[in-house]
Design a protein around this ligand. Structure first.
Ligand SMILES: [Zn+2]
Length: 97
C-alpha cells in the first residue's frame, strides 16, 4: 500500500515540476496547482517513508530497539553478531577488551 503511495507522491512532485517548467499556468490558469502538487507530494512521500521500514531502522539507529548477542563472527573472533529483537536486523560489533 505504501509502495503505491510513494509512487503517487513522486508522480505528483514530478507533474508539479513539469507544470512549473512548462509554465502552463499562464495558458490554462492553473494558479498554484504546481506548488500544491509539489508540496502535497513531498508530504505524502515523507508519510510513506516514515510508515515503511525507514521508521524501524531509524528507531533502531537511535537505540530504541534492544539488541541481543546471537553469536560471533567465524573469521574475526573480536566481531560479535547482534540481532535486533524487534525487526530482526543483524549488526556486527567489534569488541576489543
Ligand atoms: Zn530494530
Amino acid at each position: 500500500m505504501f509502495g503505491k503511495m510513494k509512487f503517487v507522491a513522486s508522480s505528483m512532485i514530478l507533474i508539479g515540476i513539469l507544470l512549473l517548467l512548462a509554465k502552463v499556468d499562464k495558458t490554462f490558469n492553473l494558479y498554484n496547482v504546481p506548488y500544491i502538487l509539489i508540496i502535497l507530494g513531498i508530504i505524502l512521500l515523507i508519510i510513506s517513508l516514515l510508515a515503511t521500514n525507514q521508521e524501524k531502522s531509524l528507531l533502531c539507529r537511535i537505540g530504541l530497539h534492544k539488541y541481543e548477542q546471537v553469536g560471533r563472527d567465524s573469521e574475526v573472533k573480536a566481531m560479535f553478531i547482534y540481532k535486533c529483537e524487534r525487526c530482526g536486523k543483524e549488526k556486527k560489533v567489534m569488541k576489543a577488551f
